[in-house]
Design a protein around this ligand. Structure first.
Ligand SMILES: Nc1nc2c(ncn2[C@@H]2O[C@H](COP(=O)(O)OP(=O)(O)OP(=O)(O)O)[C@@H](O)[C@H]2O)c(=O)[nH]1
Length: 665
């Protein structure tokens, strides 16, 4: 518990400040919906086209920028929905739950993968018991909903850069989970004011007192500071925005300083080009202003400026402390660099600190299923990386798959989501190769290289590998106490080293392990979930490289190595993985006109072998009788299927075979 305890000591002084904050009785009432004539957006003086919104009435002291952070499924997006309804930003019962989860992939998987910002207007009314003495003030609140899964914590840390506070949502029944811990520290290290929200109190198994005790013991959060809510029934929600206004400081920027904006995110729009989400740190941005990028020194004109309320809403202006969007004629992803500082061209400003570069944990080759689609895939990847700057892309080629790309991802789920978005949003059909982590190899000539593609590993016999290192992670695992035994077994099977083991209360154990990254990227989380009946929570942060005993495992078809199927594995696991790869391939490669041998080999030593006997797959076998059109159709279908095959030497490999190999750990 050492590191948690140390950090919680820091937390103590900060949280003490929080408990000093007033909780004077106040009543807050949402503003009328934007379409209402009394809404401040309608009382504005802006004369721009589109919905007029006057942001002039919101100096920094009337602005709060906050994020919602939590472990997966603790209710962030649902809470965000309720706050949007409460402020009239979206209509109640708008029929689209988790409004801010806009991507198809988010809706299908029920997870947030992109942080989303939305501006809300809120009127605070104090002392409402005496209606004549009512005091009211209007606030502009920027809410950023963030993903919960560890693979997207880069999104979280970027979002936090635009905020001064965060709602830390914890499920009242599940209590603190691994990503609650990770997200708490992300927010804490960014110096944000943290408001604990114990959500789902409507559940029969909810135990808010236990969660309060956990928050106290892990983070030294005063139980009095916790808000109790049910985003489902609406219970307790009336206290959330008052707490945001009272406890979270307003943005610190200077209105009269030269403009400095932080580029938070961007995406490509067919008509407008790149749309940049920005946080105005200092100064004012007006439509028509000439702005420049600190990263590229390119200058642009601000063609359209506005807020997300909840969709793009032109305002013509953005003042200090506000979060909004700007369209500036940037057309390529290379120009819109997340973390960049935008400023008025010709003014001299100190660039903002920006963001730490994303650290790629998993690499995989991405190839068009049909080789002639390379340019289309190139275009799709370029567009998509505009909205997901954390993916690294370099071109590569493979003898088996032709021209393609080597992409770096933040984790396996991130990789999966990227593939799905390519297919759903851009209609790309792709084949991806076995994911690998970035290993480091040292050769006999003293040179060291980072190997992101196993196929490139030392094919030169004059260059012997003399040492190798693999990346490791520090994993945090929180589980009900009865599952401790199986989890310890799993972690040691995965070559883990236990660093910490303690209890956060009478029912939950907390463990820290150092594990090789390779061991957790494929299937670790699924197995952890399955041995703990779904009760385990898991998070990790990257740690150092460790020396290791690694070998390159080749797959050969009829004696010919398939570069796209090569993988790097630990010596001790090579035999089992080789066997499994060969078995899986056998199931997915159809019998052909000749015998096919499938082999797994380390160097020249074959460690596993299977044979597929010769026979042409006769699709007409069961097609008796004389219907010629049906026979033609079947042959056509077979021909179509062949197009999706990849030919290695004389062997046709179906796409599915590549997908199957991804599952071998
Ligand atoms: N009973 C109950 N269920 C809730 C409450 N809040 C959210 N849920 C449900 O919990 C599930 C997860 O809610 P989300 O809002 O998607 O959770 P999330 O934290 O945004 O999830 P990720 O985006 O995947 O991190 C959904 O089925 C919600 O309907 C609540 O207060 N009570």
């Amino acid at each position: 518990m050492g590191s948690l305890y140390r950090a919680s000591k820091h937390a103590r002084s900060r949280l003490r400040q929080l408990s000093l904050l007033s909780s004077e009785p106040s009543k807050l009432r949402p503003l009328p919906a934007p379409e209402h004539p009394d809404h401040p957006c309608r009382r504005g003086s802006c004369s721009i086209a589109g919905p007029a919104v006057d942001l002039g009435g919101y100096p920094p002291e009337r602005i709060r920028n906050f994020s919602i952070i939590a472990h997966v499924d603790h209710g962030k997006s649902t809470l965000a929905d309720r706050l949007l309804e409460l402020t009239g930003t979206i209509k109640k019962g708008h029929g689209q739950p988790q409004y801010l989860d806009k991507l198809q992939v988010e809706r299908e998987r029920g997870i947030t993968v992109k942080a989303q910002t939305v501006t809300m207007f809120y009127r605070r009314i104090i002392n409402s018991s005496d209606i004549n003495n009512e005091e009211q003030s209007d606030y502009l609140l920027n809410l950023i909903d963030t993903p919960g899964h560890v693979d997207f914590s880069y999104e979280v840390s970027r979002s936090l850069a635009a905020c001064q506070g965060a709602l830390l949502v914890v499920d009242a029944a599940q209590g603190v989970q691994a990503q609650t811990v990770a997200n708490f520290y992300l927010a804490f290290e960014s110096n944000l004011t943290i408001i604990p929200v114990i959500n789902k109190i409507d559940q029969p198994t909810a135990d808010p007192d236990r969660v309060k005790a956990q928050l106290k013991s892990l983070f030294d959060i005063d139980p009095e500071d916790a808000l109790l809510t049910s985003a489902k029934t609406g219970q307790g929600l009336e206290h959330v925005l008052p707490a945001v206004i009272e406890r979270i400081p307003s943005p610190p920027g200077k209105c009269d300083s030269p403009l400095r904006m932080l580029l938070l995110d961007s995406y490509y729009d067919e008509y407008k080009g790149v749309i940049c989400h920005v946080a105005v740190v200092d100064g004012t941005l007006r439509k028509g202003d000439k702005i420049a990028s600190a990263a590229t020194n390119q200058a642009y004109e601000a063609l359209d400026v506005g807020i997300m309320h909840p969709e793009l809403t032109p305002t013509g202006i953005l003042f200090t402390g506000q979060v909004g969007y700007v369209v500036s004629g940037i057309r390529s992803t290379k120009e819109a660099r997340v973390g960049d500082t935008l400023y008025h061209a010709r003014s001299i400003v100190e660039p903002l600190p920006g963001f730490k570069a994303a650290k790629h944990m998993v690499f995989s080759g991405l190839y068009p299923a049909d080789g002639s689609d390379f340019e289309a895939l190139n275009h799709a990847i370029e567009r998509l990386t505009c909205n997901d700057a954390s993916v690294s892309v370099t071109k590569e080629s493979s003898t088996a798959l032709g021209m393609g790309f080597r992409c770096g991802f933040l984790g396996l789920l991130h990789m999966d989501v990227f593939h799905q978005r390519l297919e759903q949003e851009y209609g790309a059909r792709i084949i991806s190769t076995i994911p690998t982590v970035p290993y480091i190899f040292e050769y006999s000539d003293g040179s060291k290289v980072q190997v992101q593609n196993p196929a490139t590993l030392a094919s030169n016999p004059g260059k012997r590998v003399t040492a190798c290192w693999e990346p490791s992670v520090i994993a945090t695992i929180i589980i009900p106490s009865e599952y401790v035994g199986p989890v310890i077994t799993l972690c040691s099977e995965r070559r883990g080293e236990q660093l910490e083991y303690s209890f956060i209360d009478s029912q939950r154990a907390f463990m820290k392990y150092r594990l090789p990254l390779r061991e957790i990227v494929v299937d670790f989380y699924n197995e952890l979930k399955s041995i703990t009946s779904g009760y385990a929570s898991f998070d990790y942060e990257d740690a150092d490289y460790q020396t290791s005993d690694l070998v390159k495992l080749d797959i050969l078809l009829n004696g010919q190595p398939v570069d796209a199927m090569a993988t790097i594995v630990h010596q001790l696991k090579a035999q089992r993985i080789g066997r499994e790869l060969v078995d899986r391939l056998k199931k997915f490669i159809d019998r052909q006109m000749f015998e096919i041998t499938i082999q797994a080999a380390i160097g020249s030593k074959v460690i596993a072998r299977e044979t597929i006997s010769a026979m042409r797959k006769n699709v007409l076998a069961k097609c008796y009788g004389g219907d010629i059109t049906r026979k033609k159709k079947l042959l056509e279908k077979q021909k179509e299927g062949k197009k999706r095959m990849k030919r290695v030497g004389s062997v046709d490999i179906p796409q599915e075979a590549f997908h199957e190999l991804l599952k071998v750990s």
